[in-house]
Design a protein around this ligand. Structure first.
Ligand code: NAI
Ligand code: MG
Length: 372
């Protein structure tokens, strides 16, 4: 029996291609693993009315980790239109599998390392090495939303004194509400994860990203909790920044930052910025990590316009596989894989289109495998 059981979830579009590439390097590195295919994505929504079928959820309950490619999502009306005829009009509604997965398995850490590998022509600046910890289960992504707003909620809001009075004459259909829910537990565990990481890897500073001066209740709780956690790590410097200012300072003085930790939405935003500074979507890798399960993925989507062309850059996914090896405790293999990837980037002979070259997805994977 293999040492690890890994769920393998290619999904849609280039998700299939980049996972095929990741498999080439994992096979080369001889990870003692059994890879178990899981159905996920648009086809399953169209044919079965569920993009994340129960059998795939069951599979995830019985594995050590998972690799996920990407999925296609479409707005509600377009999703309904593509359902198989016998499923139409049954009140099925599309929900993002990855958001469901994060909540179902309590994958509360979204870890996004953003490192500028030397010689990558897409680097904003050489030497960048940022790590983003994004809370992954709550905040504005909690999924508690109202559109139209139920009568009872509208009445309750109208009855509040200022500033809600401004909304008192709105008809229910003229207003929508998305709840930003942050808990002490959710804030504490993501901030602790960031500081534990900083301690383990000798990082110097953790920046708490928020907007507590305006979003006083929910970000206030996040910030207050984070400051409390920071006291347990006196050897690590703590810094605070508003999300809006953060995006400016990151571009201006990127070397002032090290580890960043943020609630879900701000973490999503700031991690895309950081990923772009080290090469963009072809380099953005991500781990969705809980106490029992972790799911690793590139941050990009299914890129329908490139699907089937094998031109997407697989490095984001290969670096996600490297993160999985680290999480499994296969540190030597993880380091070897990262070094091989860095070597191919530095040599510059094999480059996908986004890097200015014409190598294919699988040629990039083969070049990295050849260095192992
Ligand atoms: P996308 O990330 O799929 O692609 C945007 C563009 O970025 C592509 O057209 C391509 O030019 C470039 N790109 C993406 N990945 C690349 C790679 N590996 N190498 C080189 N270039 C790359 O975002 P888009 O087009 O907004 O969304 C397409 C679909 O993917 C939508 O249905 C969306 O809902 C879904 N999506 C899924 C995600 C996931 O599965 N985690 C995340 C983001 C979007
Ligand atoms: Mg994003």
């Amino acid at each position: 029996m293999a040492k690890y059981r890994i769920a393998w979830l290619p999904g849609d579009g280039i998700g299939v291609e980049v996972l095929e590439a990741a498999k080439i390097v994992l096979d080369r590195i001889s990870l003692d693993a059994e890879y178990l295919h899981g159905d996920i994505g648009w086809d399953f929504w169209c044919r079965e009315g569920d993009a994340f079928p129960a059998r795939t959820i069951e599979l995830l309950r019985n594995v050590d980790a998972a690799m996920f490619g990407a999925i296609t999502s479409k707005p509600a009306k377009a999703a309904e239109a593509e359902l198989a005829p016998e499923l139409k009009g049954k009140g099925l509604s599309y929900r993002s599998p990855i958001v469901r997965m994060r909540q179902l398995f309590d994958l509360y850490i979204c870890l996004r390392p953003c490192k500028a590998y030397p010689g990558n022509p897409l680097n904003y600046k050489e030497g960048l090495d940022l790590v983003v910890f994004r809370e992954n289960t709550e905040d504005l992504y909690a999924g508690v939303e109202f559109s139209p707003v139920p009568e009872a909620l509208a009445t309750a809001l109208a009855s509040l004194s200022k500033p809600f009075g401004a909304f008192k004459d709105l008809a229910p259909g003229e207003c929508a509400i998305s709840c930003k829910i942050n808990t002490r537990k959710g804030s504490e565990r993501i901030v602790r994860a960031a500081f534990d990481f900083a301690r383990k890897f000798g990082r110097k500073k953790v920046t708490l990203v928020h907007k507590a001066n305006v979003v006083r209740a929910s970000d206030g709780l996040f910030l207050e909790t984070a400051r409390q956690v920071a006291k347990d790590y006196p050897e690590i410097a703590t810094d605070e920044a508003n999300i809006d200012a953060m995006t400016m300072w990151l571009l201006k003085n990127p070397f002032n930052y090290d580890v960043l930790v943020a609630p879900n939405l701000y973490g999503d935003i700031v991690s895309d910025l950081c990923a772009q500074m080290v090469g963009g979507l072809g380099f953005g890798c991500s781990g969705n990590i809980g106490d029992k399960l972790a799911v690793f993925e590139p941050t990009h989507g299914s890129a329908p316009k490139h699907a089937g062309l094998y031109k997407a850059n697989p490095i984001a996914t290969i670096l996600a596989a490297k993160m999985m090896l680290d999480w499994l405790g296969e540190t030597a293999k993880a380091t070897a894989l990262e070094q091989a990837t860095a070597a191919v980037i530095a040599e510059g002979n094999v480059r996908t289109y986004d890097m200015g070259g014409s190598s294919t997805t699988l040629e990039m994977a083969q070049a990295i495998a050849a260095k192992l």
